[in-house]
Design a protein around this ligand. Structure first.
Ligand code: GLA
Length: 355
């Protein structure tokens, strides 16, 4: 969990934005809710490497340098992340790392970096497995534990092999701040659940919550479904001026507990009909998290039967609404709830005798 500069700021970044965002994470309660990584995405580099061949931060936008910025972030009790590209140039046209993997990993370690996102632009003709494997060895040689975030957009089915080299892997192209993009990204996640778990996660891309292109209901759906998917939660909005209703979504405690559930089994689509979808994941305490998701453009009732999640219909189940943080009581057979258009009800189902 953390924050990344890309979705909101693209390459319009500098050290005061990063510093202010890190401070905001502490002040607005996000750090205490679990958000730890402050990640600078594309656009931080100077136009050229230095004469020794090392990457350099843009001296005008990052005059204090990356080591000082990392120190500031660490002092706030947070971790520091950075971005590079496996090819010759980053997606925004900055210097890439191809052929400099060991040198760049060493430099990141010298800067006390904790997390590196490695993109895949301008890497034509290269094999993802061998290049990311090289990075993995470069991290080890650099001698500092750093999270390796693979970003080849799901092109070579990283869920099948990337847990050997890194910690998370993008499963799809970039998310945009629109409903259409959100549902397209979501559909790409189906069937990938068995590949992810502790230490190796499917990454459906960073959050757009609070960036203005969707309604609050749609952002709630976005956030809740990402928690059901056990997704890495990287906030992507401007934390320096965050309205309270956005903060409440990003820090919803019972949703975050689902995302971070120690069993680490991501949810999957278990049923769909006519624009209604049910997503579910099993949890460590024997209960289930379930989303009743209304993809259609009108409110509707969505019904869930206990056998949809593999329970005997006769089981008595305690139902809790984890957005509203309200117990709905014990029920036999199933439950039906009214869900608003593009909204979702997020429930925790605890079969009696399981917890
Ligand atoms: C790619 C990645 C994005 C972002 C940009 C930066 O598109 O998928 O997440 O890092 O590059 O240019």
């Amino acid at each position: 969990m953390g924050w990344n500069s890309w979705n909101r700021f693209q390459t319009r970044i500098d050290e005061s934005l990063i510093r202010d965002s890190a401070e905001a994470i502490v002040e607005n309660g996000m750090r205490d809710a679990g958000y730890r990584y402050v990640v600078i995405d594309d656009g931080w580099e100077a136009p050229e490497r230095d004469p020794a061949g090392d990457l350099v931060a843009d001296p005008e936008r990052f005059p204090s340098g990356m080591k000082a910025l990392a120190e500031h972030v660490h002092r706030l009790g947070l971790r520091f992340g950075i971005y590079t590209d496996a090819g010759t140039r980053t997606c925004a046209g900055y210097v890439g790392s191809l052929g400099y993997e060991f040198r760049d990993a060493r430099r990141f370690a010298e800067w006390d970096v904790d997390y590196v996102k490695i993109d895949w632009c301008n890497a034509g003709g290269l094999g993802t497995r061998s290049v990311y494997w090289k990075w993995s060895r470069a991290f080890r040689a650099a001698g500092r534990p750093m999270i390796l975030s693979l970003c080849e957009w799901g092109r070579t089915r990283p869920w099948e092999w990337a847990h050997r080299v890194g910690h998370l892997w993008r499963t799809c192209w970039d998310i945009q701040d629109t409903w259409e993009s959100l549902t397209t990204v979501l559909d790409k996640q189906r069937g990938l659940q068995t590949f992810a778990g502790p230490d190796g996660w499917n990454d459906p891309d960073m959050l757009e919550v609070g960036n203005g292109g969707m309604t609050l209901d749609e952002y709630r759906t976005h956030f809740g479904l990402w928690c059901l998917l056990a997704a890495p939660l990287m906030a992507g909005n401007d934390l320096r001026e965050m309205p309270d209703d956005v903060r409440r979504i990003l820090t919803a405690p019972e949703l975050l507990a689902i995302d971070q559930d120690p069993l680490g089994i991501p949810g999957d689509l278990i049923k769909q009909w006519d624009g209604s979808e049910i997503w579910a994941r099993p949890l460590a305490d024997g209960s289930f998290a379930v989303a009743l998701f209304d993809r259609a453009d009108a409110d509707r009732e969505i019904a869930l039967s206990w056998d949809d999640v593999g329970l005997d219909k006769k089981t008595r189940v305690q139902v809790r609404d984890i957005w509203e943080r309200r117990d709905l009581g014990g029920t036999d057979g199933g439950i039906a709830l009214r869900v608003s258009a593009h909204g979702a009800a997020f429930l925790k189902l605890t079969p009696e005798g399981s917890a």
